[in-house]
Design a protein around this ligand. Structure first.
Ligand code: ADP
Ligand code: MG
Length: 919
């Protein structure tokens, strides 16, 4: 950042902070220059202390909002701390040549180290002023340069941060002098690399920590190993997760003392020289990169992690892996920053030259992008920027020293170097502690522990097994001893008992011998006498027993005889009982038979009495002279009844007449319990109903209702047949027809028709319905209650009598319909056609049985009267039948009717024309 002329007007000084130890100083703000001042990079100036706790506490101290925001965005458990790239400017003293050539000219720059400012002369009266973190004059010692530029970074590396120290400037301005001098001839001349290692080695513990270095050269986008010149195309590997870059192909030499490091640097320099000779270039065209890896183990308390784990129980603590901090110091001696066109003398083509400086220009672009906070930073454009990714805008603490020469001849280069430095100052890094758990070493430690435990366990196992074995043998010993003792004791005991036993035996034998001797002396005689007496007694007893037995046997025989006698008498009694039983059953049977006969006779009596009533009435009405035949018929009827009733006692006619019962009584017998009585009663009623004269009385007395009820209540087909016959007779009267209909007669008759098998029953039912069909008033009700369907259903029975009744019903119905249509009360299609009767009608129109044929012929003529039916009739084939009837019918009246009908129907006429029937 440049202030305009006037020697830093408004710059107000960059504050008084020290590059190294700014935190201990206050700093003023408000000038442009202040934008460069910020929290210091390094936090402790004491070079011999690693001061870990200070690092954390200070670096985490109060921060600006930006800082806080940045801190929380860190993914790691270690918060990042903002750390701007620090930039110092170093002015090389005039060399001999310049002292001569520029003797008359003033330096192009004027340093104000106490103000940390540099003035770049534009001309004699004008200059730009720039502020830097440190301004090092031509008199600045190497030691001071190290302390100001490098030490804070080195300390950070020792604390576990990444660090970068880089020199940028025109060739010959002292970059290598600043960084790479070995200082072997003059200790005071030692450069930053050497001094850094001195500090590092002084701080680390070689037992627990390790320091290793790689030394590389980057030339024309190829990385060469300066410690192993054969290795000249090292690849950069990036960890995709962390973004960390590494060079696994580069030699990594562990450093244990300063001397070996200096040797290594020298070797590197030799190799660098050799490589540059080979590549026909010089060191000013290549970048030298020294990488120092410092790996430090941290004892529990010091570790950043420890505070987080502080509350964990002991068991967990003991398993806590050790913490390691891995700091990496990168020292970069960049190629000369002078413009390419000025170094064309080296004989490279322009392309080559571009390639040579590709990395450097890429670095410039990255730094510009970072300084301007641009969204894209082209790190990937070159190997150098890839390698330095962490150094600029990354997590490392970075310190840049820009070297300039005093010569006004190179004012342009100097100005560009200064601008580079100014921009670099704007680059903010987020320094971050590189601390992690050392799981590997924990695993190693745990492995050792485990092996120890395994060994210990094995030892203990062995001891345990030995102990078990020892105890087992001891127990075995004790057991066998106890066994021995037991056997001894047993032996002793046994022999003792044997002895006792033998003693007892001996004693008993002695006693026995003594007793025998005694017996022999005193009892020999008396024993024989005793025996003979006993024998006599026994004989007597035997005789007595024998007698007793014989007596018992006799008694048993006697008893046996008695038992057999008893058995015989019982058998005869049983057979007698059976006989009586049989007689009784026969008696009951007889009685039942008689009762049945009585019932039959009773009903016959009823009928006869009724008939006698009729006869009497007849006589009263017609006088004596008339109807001898009716007496005859009555007599014959009674005779017939008598024959039907079988061989029962024949009641005299007179008696039956005397017993004459009222109609009411007979109707009541329709509901008698006895089936035979019911049958006779229904027959009597049927006979009465056959006479028109009786019909009114029967209906009046509720006979029609009872008959209809019988159709429903009785299962007997005879009753069904007779009752249906009676109903058919009653149905001849118009009033009765209405009554039958109102009492649900159609459905009762249909039901009966459906269940009947006897053709006569069906004939009766069909006859009844046929009669109903002839009533004009009942047409739709009859049809609505299924009368036509029931009628047609009965044709299932092939009997011609049934068919004749069906045909009569259809004819009746058709006649009524034709009447209604001619009266204009019916305009719709015939119900007969609707209910599907037409097919049967056509089928039977020419039936052999005249009783069927005539009715159907009539029915067809009636249907044909109504034009509405014509189309259906044509479709159903009825037209042909009509034509036939009109031509061949033997009954003249029907023939004429058919003819008239055909002639008057336009539909039939049209059809006949269509069919070319000449008519
Ligand atoms: P560069 O590496 O930038 O090309 P060098 O470090 O090789 O420059 O320096 C060029 C010359 O200047 C060397 O001879 C070096 O000894 C000398 N030189 C550089 N800086 C200083 C200095 N601060 N004091 C004395 N001599 C210096
Ligand atoms: Mg150099």
């Amino acid at each position: 950042m440049a202030t305009s002329s006037g020697g830093g007007s408004g710059s107000g000084g960059g504050g008084t902070y020290s590059y190294r130890n700014g935190a201990t100083h206050s700093h003023k703000s408000s000038s442009k220059l202040d934008t460069h001042t910020h929290k210091p990079l390094s936090l402790n100036s004491s070079s011999n202390s690693s001061s870990k706790n200070h690092v954390k506490s200070k670096s985490l101290g109060p921060s600006s909002t930006t800082q806080r925001r940045n801190s929380t965005t860190s993914k790691d458990h270690h918060p990042s701390v903002p750390g701007r790239v620090r930039v110092a400017v170093r002015l090389r003293p005039r060399n001999a040549e310049e002292s001569v050539a520029d003797a008359d000219f003033a330096d192009c720059v004027e340093l104000q180290p106490e103000l940390k400012r540099l003035k770049l002369r534009k001309n004699n009266w004008d200059a730009d002023t720039y502020a830097f973190d440190e301004v090092l004059t031509e008199f600045a010692s190497q030691k001071r340069v190290y302390e100001v530029v490098a030490r804070p970074v080195v300390e950070s590396v020792l604390d576990g941060y990444n660090g970068t120290i880089m020199a940028y400037g025109q060739t010959g301005t002292g970059k290598t002098y600043t960084l790479g001098r070995l200082g072997e001839e003059d200790t005071a001349a030692r450069g930053i690399m050497v001094r850094s290692m001195e500090d590092i080695l002084a701080d680390v513990s070689l037992e627990t920590d390790s320091v290793s270095v790689s030394y590389l050269q980057l030339y024309m986008e190829s990385i060469q190993d300066l410690l192993d010149p054969a290795n000249d195309n090292i690849t950069i590997v990036e960890d995709p997760r962390t973004g960390d870059v590494s060079l696994p192909g580069a030699s990594l030499v562990e450093i244990r003392d300063q001397q070996s490091f200096v040797e290594l640097l020298r070797l590197g320099e030799v190799h660098r020289f050799a490589a540059n000779t080979k590549l026909n270039t010089e060191s000013s065209r290549s970048h030298a990169i020294l990488m120092v890896h410092v790996r430090r183990s941290i004892k529990g308390r010091d570790a950043g992690h420890s505070s987080e784990n502080g509350n964990h129980p002991h068991s967990v603590k003991s398993l806590k892996p050790p913490v390691v901090r891995k700091g990496k110091l990168v020292v970069v001696d960049l190629a000369g920053s002078e413009r390419i066109d000025k170094s064309g003398s080296e004989g490279h083509t322009l392309e080559e030259a571009k390639s040579i400086n590709l990395s450097l220009s890429a670095l410039g672009k990255c730094i510009n992008a970072l300084a301007e906070n641009s969204a894209h930073v082209p790190f990937r454009d070159s190997k150098l920027t890839r390698l330095l990714r962490d150094s600029f805008g990354g997590t490392a603490r970075t310190s840049l020293v820009i070297t300039i020469g005093p010569s006004p001849k190179h004012r342009g280069e100097t100005a560009s170097t200064i601008m580079f430095g100014q921009r670099a100052m704007k680059v903010e890094n987020m320094v971050k502690l590189k601390e992690e758990f050392d799981y590997k070493s924990l695993a190693r430690k745990l492995d050792v522990e485990l092996d120890k435990l395994i060994m210990e366990h094995e030892r203990q196992q062995k001891a345990f097994e030995d102990e078990i074995e020892r105890m087992a043998t001891e127990a075995q010993h004790r057991l066998s001893e106890a066994e021995r003792n037991y056997i001894d004791l047993l032996e002793k005991e046994k022999s003792k008992y044997e002895k006792d036993y033998m003693d007892s035996i001996r004693k008993l034998e002695d006693q026995l011998a003594m007793n025998q001797r005694k017996n022999e002396d005193s009892h020999i005689k008396s024993r024989a006498e005793v025996y003979s007496e006993e024998l006599a007694d026994l004989k007597k007893m035997l005789q007595k027993e024998t007698l007793l037995r014989k007596a018992a046997e006799g008694e048993v025989n006697h008893l046996k005889i008695q038992v057999s006698e008893l058995k015989m008498s019982e058998a005869s009694r049983k057979s007698e009982i059976l006989k009586v039983h049989k007689m009784l059953e026969e008696e009951v049977h007889q009685k039942e038979k008689l009762e049945r006969e009585i019932a039959i006779l009773q009903s016959q009596l009823l009928q006869l009495s009724l008939e006698s009533d009729q006869t009497r009435h007849q006589f009263e009405r017609d006088g004596l002279e008339k109807d001898v035949s009716s007496v005859d018929s009555l007599t014959s009827q009674v005779k017939h009844q008598q024959q039907a009733s079988g061989n029962g006692e024949k009641p005299s006619i007179a008696k039956l007449f005397e017993q004459g019962l009222g109609l009411q009584k007979i109707l009541s017998l329709l509901e008698a319990e006895d089936a035979d009585v019911r049958i006779h009663a229904v027959k009597v009623v049927a006979n009465l109903a056959a006479e028109e004269a009786n019909q009114g009385k029967i209906v009046e007395a509720g006979g029609l209702t009872s008959l209809l009820r019988l159709l429903q209540s009785s299962q007997d087909e005879t009753i069904h047949r007779v009752a249906a016959g009676a109903i058919a007779n009653l149905a001849m009267n118009e009033t009765n027809q209405e009554l039958i209909m109102s009492q649900g007669g159609i459905s009762l008759l249909s039901m009966t028709a459906a269940s009947a098998e006897d053709p006569q029953t069906l004939r009766m039912v069909a006859g009844a319905i046929a009669n109903l069909c002839g009533n004009d008033k009942l047409q739709s009700k009859l049809r609505g209650e299924g009368g036509i369907k029931a009628l047609l259903g009965m044709v299932r029975c092939r009997h011609p009598d049934v068919h004749a009744q069906v045909a009569r019903g259809i004819a009746n119905f058709a006649k009524c319909e034709s009447r209604a249509s001619s009266l204009g009360t019916k305009s719709a299609r015939s119900f007969l056609i609707e209910d599907g009767a037409l097919a049967w009608i056509v089928q039977n129109a020419n039936n052999e049985a005249s009783s069927i044929r005539r009715h159907i012929e009539l029915a067809l003529c009636h249907l044909a009267q109504h034009e509405t039916n014509a189309r259906d009739m044509i479709n159903g084939g009825a037209l042909w039948e009509l034509v036939r009837i009109s031509r061949d019918c033997s009954r003249e009246d029907i023939k004429t009717l058919a003819h008239r009908t055909l002639v008057s129907s336009p539909t039939f006429q049209a059809e006949m024309r269509r069919m070319r029937i000449s008519y």
